[in-house]
Design a binder for this molecule. Structure first.
Ligand SMILES: NC(=O)c1ccc[n+]([C@@H]2O[C@H](COP(=O)([O-])OP(=O)(O)OC[C@H]3O[C@@H](n4cnc5c(N)ncnc54)[C@H](OP(=O)(O)O)[C@@H]3O)[C@@H](O)[C@H]2O)c1
Length: 257
């Protein structure tokens, strides 16, 4: 399938680990120039070196996307580096779940800044460039828990539910400008956050993944590359009639459509 990503310009937030890194590598391999954003300098440089070594074009931009000023600089530096902006992948995030009584205002606020306001601010900044170019793609990462919240799953399930509503409302508003907006609802995927948890608790990582896979019909936790494939499709010309959709990527685990 021809994805038509050659010479497109993409921002991938949280592009140095897990799903974001896999997405950046794939989009670059398909010919897009990628701006990879994260806070950690070392991993940014590693990811950029890997993309360059494979012949890709990359800008490594150190940014904390939960901060408005960093979002502004990220879009400005991307356009400065590559001259346009076609694709925005709002991927940066981390798990934030626990007992409702333990979640302070600060915890709620931090989750909204990282998972919702980053997507809102970056979309607001990216849209004028996309409109000027006659179209664009926005892919928002959310969580399957947004559609079927469990006990002790806040604030994440609430911020992610807002992400779903944001995606749908924005898709309707931007369709006349040929800017397509979709979300990928993640179940459980192998990633840095799980490896950090395994290291912290002393549980071998494969044992942790086996435990996590118990209720997944496909019998395993997903791989970042499997999510990147879907994001690349949604970002591509091949998805030219897909907007306002949410794709469940959970190995069949959720009970919702
Ligand atoms: N993996 C799963 O099972 C799963 C399940 C549900 C939802 N998701 C969602 O899917 C997305 C990707 O998850 P993942 O598991 O692939 O993540 P990951 O491996 O933990 O990587 C997270 C990435 O986001 C970056 N990041 C974190 N906070 C940031 C900030 N404030 N500003 C800029 N970059 C930031 C990290 O780099 P720095 O730390 O250097 O900034 C890193 O590159 C996240 O939104 C996550 O919540 C994942």
């Amino acid at each position: 399938m021809e994805l038509g990503l050659k010479d497109k310009v993409a921002i991938i937030t949280g592009g140095t680990q897990g799903i974001g890194r896999a997405t950046a590598l794939l989009l670059a391999r398909e010919g897009a120039a990628v701006a990879v954003a994260a806070r950690g300098r070392e991993r940014l440089e590693q990811t950029a070196a890997e993309i360059r070594a494979a012949g890709g074009r990359v800008a490594a931009i150190q940014a904390d996307v939960s901060k408005a000023a960093d979002c502004k600089r990220l879009v400005a530096e991307t356009v400065q580096a590559f001259g346009r902006l076609d694709i925005l992948v709002n991927n940066a995030g981390t798990s934030a779940t626990g007992e409702f009584a333990a979640a302070t205002d600060e915890i709620w606020q931090a989750d909204f800044e990282l998972k919702l306001f980053a997507a809102i601010r970056l979309a607001r900044l990216a849209i004028p460039h996309m409109k000027r170019q006659g179209g664009g793609r926005i892919v928002n990462l959310t969580n399957i828990g947004a559609k079927q919240p469990r006990a002790k799953s806040m604030p994440t399930t609430v911020t992610r539910a807002a992400g779903l509503a944001f995606t749908k409302a924005l898709s309707k508003e931007l369709a006349p400008d040929n800017i397509l907006v979709n979300t990928v609802c993640i179940g459980l995927v192998r990633a840095g956050q799980h490896e950090a948890k395994a290291a912290k608790t002393g549980v071998p990582v494969e044992q942790l993944y086996a435990t996590m896979a118990k209720d997944i019909p496909l019998g395993r936790v997903g791989r970042a590359e499997e999510v990147a494939n879907v994001i690349a499709f949604l970002a591509s010309d091949a998805a030219s009639y897909v907007s306002g959709s949410s794709v469940n990527l959970d190995g069949g685990a959720s009970a919702v459509l």
